[in-house]
Design a protein around this ligand. Structure first.
Ligand SMILES: Nc1ncnc2c1ncn2[C@@H]1O[C@H](COP(=O)(O)OP(=O)(O)OP(=O)(O)O)[C@@H](O)[C@H]1O
Ligand SMILES: [Mg+2]
Length: 425
């Protein structure tokens, strides 16, 4: 119902009240003065009051006939109840853009939205205000995608849907505005684009080197056996790098595919850690680093043996590569409890190297993220190691914590829910 119709109805109601009061006063006066017997006065008053009521009803009926809009009060209660129960942020507006109903989710998006106030006062998004006006005037659904910077970068799509109470109505009675948060979708799109760009870049570098050496071997170095041996060694190294990158990428997508399936085989972490340390002995010796394992008691978790080997391989290898300056790496196994108080196995890998500046810490587990790209590449790294660690631990319902400060080394701790208590050997 529009504002003009509202007003007409209100003034009719006022007239009816005044008329009924006047009639009551007139009949009472006549009865008191003895001009009319009391029963006749009461009957006369009843007739006048009924006529007033019928006249008002018919005025309302005519109004409805002139503009096919239903009664406002009970319908608005229903509208408010429906809007409140919808799962998305929704605002219902009248044809003039005033808020009829708004649910809590929409209020969280735009806390200043007030029932009865024009939406244009609160939502200062010109394209959206125009879309509401268009939807109300043309009766056509409108879609608006917009971006908000404050308080956080967010993308929204708003669907503005004109609604008619009766199928035969020529113009909409109100407009429903539904907000969809597109931010997670946009982020995934951005991540996918970044991922493809990074992966191609990482592959292109060794591929360019291989092509360069092949050309040299076909040309100037064709008869030079010494150069050939040297180049072939470099080519082999580059080809291995590409193979490792592809291997890591395939592992990542396999782990992601299985992310919802928690491994269910009990595995002991102690022998895994020892196996990893033994496997990296040559690297440790090359770097002049001693690896100490503290408290290698049996510690059982539900896990995938090979994936857990991969986790500790990445962490110990990083400690040996990037923390070599500290000449020592300590691996410690222990029991602790999670933030929720659940028992968990904790395995920490500590190095005494240069450490990591705080601004890098939250990003270390992103794919291809490296603090120093040149150094990582020189060490044969692709920047996928910690991303793999994070995904494997997620699948195991565990997590990785990192503590570090420049100059103070780094501690990477794996937290995994335990199923069996520690049994000292
Ligand atoms: N113990 C550490 N001390 C200092 N920096 C570290 C340490 N561990 C990791 N980093 C930094 O984090 C970055 C990301 O590590 P990550 O294991 O994901 O990749 P990578 O080692 O470069 O490559 P990959 O593991 O694929 O061989 C590293 O490039 C390095 O800059
Ligand atoms: Mg690594």
């Amino acid at each position: 119902m529009s504002l003009a119709e509202d007003r007409a109805l209100l003034s009719a109601r006022r007239w009816r009240s005044a008329f009924v009061i006047l009639a009551a006063a007139a009949f009472a006066a006549m009865a008191t003065a003895g001009a009319l017997a009391v029963p006749y006065a009461i009957a006369g008053f009843a007739v006048v009051a009924t006529v007033a009521l019928v006249l008002l009803r018919s005025a309302r009926g005519q109004n409805r006939f002139a503009a096919p809009i239903a009664d406002v009060e009970p319908d608005d209660d229903l509208l408010r109840a429906v809007v409140a129960g919808l799962p998305d942020p929704v605002v219902a507006l009248d044809r003039d853009g005033r808020v009829l109903a708004v649910n809590d989710r929409a209020r969280r998006l735009a806390p200043a939205l007030r029932q009865g106030e024009p939406v244009a006062l609160t939502l200062r998004i010109p394209e959206l205000i125009e879309a509401i006006a268009r939807a109300a005037a043309e009766g056509e659904e409108q879609r608006v995608v917009y971006f908000e910077r404050v308080p956080l970068d967010r993308w929204y799509e708003t669907i503005v849907m004109p609604v008619k109470r009766a199928a035969t109505a020529t113009s909409p009675d109100f407009v429903l505005m539904t907000f969809h948060d597109l931010t997670p979708l946009r982020r995934v799109e951005e991540m996918r684009a970044d991922f493809v760009a990074n992966a191609s870049h990482e592959l292109r570098t060794p591929l360019a080197a291989l092509l360069g050496f092949i050309e040299t071997l076909q040309g100037s170095a064709r008869e030079d056996s010494k150069a050939r041996a040297r180049f072939l060694a470099i080519m082999q190294e580059q080809a291995r790098r590409m193979a490792r990158l592809i291997d890591d990428l395939l592992s990542l997508s396999r782990i992601e595919l299985n992310a919802h399936r928690r491994p269910d085989t009990p595995v002991d972490l102690a022998p895994i850690v020892r196996q990893v340390a033994d496997g990296l002995e040559t690297l440790a010796r090359d770097r002049g680093v001693t690896v100490n394992i503290d408290n290698a008691n049996a510690m059982s978790v539900l896990g995938d043996h090979d994936e857990l080997v991969r986790v500790f391989e990445n962490l110990v290898e990083n400690a040996l590569k990037y923390g070599a300056a500290g000449r020592r790496v300590d691996i410690k196994l222990g029991q602790g409890s999670s933030a929720e108080g659940e028992p968990e196995a904790q395995v920490s890998v500590r190095d005494y190297g240069p450490g990591i500046a705080p601004e890098h810490l939250p990003r270390l587990t992103e794919r291809f993220y490296r603090v120093d790209v040149t150094e990582s590449r020189a060490q044969g790294g692709t920047g996928l190691g910690l991303a793999l660690v994070k995904h494997i631990l997620n699948r195991h319902r565990g997590r990785l914590t990192i503590e570090s400060a420049p100059g103070a080394g780094a501690v990477f701790t794996v937290h995994l829910p335990t199923v069996v208590k520690v049994h000292p050997r």
